[in-house]
Design a protein around this ligand. Structure first.
Ligand code: RP5
Length: 164
């Protein structure tokens, strides 16, 4: 199976990225994590993106906060699908990173998930890899079934308490 590349602009983004790594691990998807910044280590970020396809990656998650250029910078240097996670910072609550990540000019797409959306970034990567992987697609179907069951259990608990 292809690996998922996970790049974050700073180790301060790690709590968000752990949601992505936990989700990928639960689905049995291999990944590789790096801290590369579009601003502080632009050379390393560029080299990672340029070599990602030949290094066995099938999709890349790029997470950054504030003036979040990382996902766009990664996407500029690969035609692998890039999922951008805008990370919430202390000043503008992540709106800064959301707009920086989502508003890519035509030609260089970044599939942007919600602010701090580590789980959905991982699931989107899984769904991309599952296009050519029936076993992974089955695992995703099973996860949907389990998640739905968990909601129905909550429905039953809330109904039992409040629907008198
Ligand atoms: C961004 O700046 C990083 O992705 C991080 O979200 C934010 C702050 O970085 P630190 O100052 O915590 O290293 O580049």
């Amino acid at each position: 199976m292809k690996k998922v590349g996970i790049v974050m602009g700073s180790d301060s983004d790690l709590p968000v990225m752990r949601k992505a790594t936990d989700t990928l691990s639960a689905l049995g998807i291999p990944f590789e994590v790096h801290v590369y910044s579009a601003h502080r280590t632009p050379v390393q970020a560029k080299e990672f993106a340029e070599s990602a396809r030949e290094n066995g990656f099938g999709a890349i998650i790029a997470a950054a906060g504030m003036a979040a250029h990382l996902a766009g910078a990664i996407a500029a240097n690969t035609t692998l699908p890039v999922i951008g996670i805008p990370c919430k910072s202390s000043v503008l609550d992540g709106i800064d990173a959301l707009l920086s990540t989502v508003m890519m000019p035509s030609g260089i797409p970044v599939a942007t998930v919600a602010i701090n959306g580590g789980v959905n970034a991982a699931l989107l990567c899984a769904q991309i890899l599952a296009v050519e992987d029936k076993e992974l697609a089955n695992r995703l179907d099973e996860k949907r079934r389990k998640d739905a069951c968990a909601v129905l259990e909550k429905d039953a608990a809330v109904a039992a308490e409040l629907n008198k």
